[in-house]
Design a protein around this ligand. Structure first.
Ligand code: ATP
Ligand code: RIB
Length: 326
């Protein structure tokens, strides 16, 4: 990779973000505490929210002022139509989303406890029908973007196809390897920036990420595997950032950027808010540290709100929040 996203593609103009990823309808049951195996608990509430890591990140980027394009598939059903409407309302460009006539939209069953913690089971449906041809058809959109964002909710071969296409057209890739999959070295090698959470970092590297020393070791491993920079998100502790000399993001020694203190009611899609924000700020020309602070603030606001896409704040809200919490 010989591109420099910060110096070459980014600028003060409206950032352009492309996302190849999942669209999923979240069916959320709120409980005091999650049931044990074989146990039934009485829920406190139910919500249905458009989600999916890819779509959430596209919505986060659009709400923060980017021109965001979503590439993926939904079913030709109620959930699929609702997804397109939610993305459209947020200002995400949806012409590269295919409505699959033969497969249902993806769904997620989510149990959300009183502390805002979640357990999620996904049925991918149409998301697993995204084809190499779908990605190829979006070559122009990917080529025009400041960053391509990908996750691990589509088949790995499709994510790799998107990353290879981005390399061909000179668009740097932010790889959010979530949920963790047994991915090979080639994924790191094609990533400008890799952004696992602590569990995913541990699963991908085999290095326990229990503290700052563990996070630094795991980040180093990912850089050795070819990523140009690494950010490990650490939930309510914030995030760990690192970018070696010569990185397109500039040198950033290993550093923990603390989270904002808020009362979390729903942490679903905190990582997506974070990744969307990180991409937008880097595309605006922010340093990795500035972008990580902004992403911490965006994600902190998102955990105080219910639902995945409805929780994403605007840029004005994030700037006001950062000012109030200096
Ligand atoms: P999810 O899977 O729920 O979308 P994740 O596991 O991918 O999230 P986390 O590391 O839990 O990602 O959180 C991402 C970012 O969100 C953190 O780096 C932090 O900035 C913010 N965040 C998460 N939880 C909290 C919290 N309780 N209070 C403040 N900020 C939080
Ligand atoms: O990252 C949160 C998302 O993961 C949810 O919206 C759910 O759809 C799952 O894909």
């Amino acid at each position: 990779m010989n591109i420099n996203p910060v110096a070459v593609k980014a600028g003060p103009t409206k950032p352009k973000i492309a996302v190849v990823g999942s669209l999923i309808m979240d069916l959320v049951v709120e409980v005091e505490r999650a049931p044990e195996e074989g146990e039934t608990v009485i829920g406190r509430g139910f919500g249905r929210y458009p989600g999916g890591k890819g779509a959430n990140q596209a919505v986060a980027a659009a709400r923060l002022g980017a021109e965001a394009h979503m590439i993926g598939r939904v079913g030709d059903d109620l959930f699929g139509h609702d997804q397109l409407e939610s993305l459209g309302r947020a200002g995400v460009h949806t012409s590269t989303i295919i409505m699959d006539p033969a497969h249902p939209s993806g769904v997620a069953a989510i149990i959300l406890d009183a502390a805002g913690r979640n357990r999620i089971a996904i049925v991918p449906g149409a998301n697993h029908q995204v084809s190499a041809a779908d990605v190829e058809a979006a070559k122009g959109v990917i080529g025009a973007a400041d960053f391509l964002l990908v996750q691990f909710e589509l088949p790995l071969s499709i994510t790799m196809k998107a990353m290879a296409l981005a390399a061909e057209v000179g668009t740097p890739v932010i790889l959010n390897p979530a949920p963790a999959q047994p991915a090979g070295k080639e994924f790191f090698a094609k990533a400008a920036l890799v952004t696992p959470n602590e569990v995913e970092a541990e699963q991908l590297t085999g290095i326990p990420v229990k503290d700052a020393a563990g996070a630094e070791k795991a980040a180093r491993y990912m850089l050795e595997m070819g990523a140009k920079a690494a950010v490990i998100t650490l939930g309510e502790r914030g995030c760990f950032i690192m970018s070696p000399p010569g990185s397109p993001f500039g040198e950033q020694p290993a550093e923990l950027i603390p989270a904002y203190k808020v009362k979390a009611v729903d942490t679903v899609a905190a990582g997506d808010a974070f990744n969307g924000a990180l991409a937008v700020e880097l595309a605006r020309g922010a340093s990795l540290k500035e972008a990580a602070r902004f992403a911490n603030a965006t994600a902190a606001i998102s955990v105080t709100r219910r639902g995945a896409q409805p929780a994403m704040p605007t840029r004005e809200e994030v700037l006001a929040f950062m000012e109030e919490n200096k």
